[in-house]
Design a protein. Structure first.
Length: 284
């Protein structure tokens, strides 16, 4: 039972976020290059270890507040199914393994992973309680994943792709905050007390156009193929679909990851986008 609860605490459903490390592999047309694929898979696994290690330490840090939350109190650490000491040791071990292997893999990649870990630990200890900075930190974490994926296979990453990643994940983070405010188990405490639906809607009014502008400019200016601009309507639908999902929520969850696992149209949109990207890049 211990291993079961430990695995749950690693939050494997959130490993889907680490697929951002494959962005460089896809857009640099390295998806037929086995050495690059192998390195990207290593990077993905290492980010899974790092993110799970951070989740364990975060649950240790937030034990008291999680125990007072209507849904988070059922997590293994908050419900005492796993001790704080054991969770902390496992978290430190996962982070140590991720850093050690990263060091052996590539020097710059190591510092990218280290930066990701430092940012998230600092976020757990303090930054997640600072309004606006909290969602910006989440977005930066995804940008670091994209940078790491490019560094590990030795390709130059497009600044437009990084900006698009930043604005997209900032949009998702804002959406998560909005769904938390709309949920029936919402309690105004911590950073949520500083947010309102009006503020989050105004932030999205800035971020949503920024996503479309940076993605469109990337597709239009990329050396791979200007045909990628055909994927813009698919991206637009995906963004609108996510807005629809968070507007219909009544129960708090773990955000975009849960939304993707549960919503079939969103899954179809993602698969369609990936298929279009693959077909366009293969045929140019």
């Amino acid at each position: 039972m211990f291993l079961k609860y430990l695995f749950i605490s690693l939050r494997p459903r959130h490993w889907i976020k680490n697929f951002f490390v494959f962005a460089a592999l896809i857009f640099a047309k390295k998806f037929t290059d086995w050495p690059a694929i192998r390195l990207s898979l290593f990077a993905f696994v290492l980010f899974c270890l790092a993110s799970s290690g951070v989740y364990l330490l975060n649950d240790v840090i937030d034990l008291k507040s999680d125990q007072e939350h209507l849904s988070k109190r059922n997590r293994p650490i908050a419900s005492a199914k796993i001790s704080r000491l054991c969770a902390a040791i496992c978290g430190i071990l996962l982070l140590s393994v991720a850093l050690l292997i990263s060091w052996k893999l590539d020097f710059i990649f190591f510092w990218t992973v280290a930066g990701y870990i430092f940012l998230n630990l600092f976020y757990s200890l303090w930054l997640k309680r600072v309004v606006i900075i909290d969602v910006i930190c989440i977005a930066i974490g995804f940008v670091l994943r994209v940078i790491a994926g490019a560094v590990v296979i030795g390709v130059v990453f497009s600044p437009w792709l990084l900006l698009c990643t930043f604005f997209l994940t900032l949009f998702l983070a804002i959406g998560k905050r909005k769904s938390e405010l709309l949920s029936v188990d919402y309690i105004a405490r911590g950073v949520l007390a500083d947010y309102s639906s009006d503020l989050l809607n105004q932030m999205n009014m800035v971020v949503l156009p920024a996503i479309l502008i940076t993605y469109t400019l990337y597709t239009f200016n990329t050396w791979q193929s200007q045909w990628l601009i055909l994927t813009v309507p698919v991206v637009l639908y995906g963004l609108f679909r996510y807005l629809y999902i968070i507007g219909k929520k009544s129960v708090s969850d773990d955000g975009p990851s849960d939304d993707l696992w549960r919503d079939r149209p969103l899954q179809i949109t993602l698969i369609t986008w990936l298929a279009m990207i693959f077909i366009i890049l293969v045929n140019v």
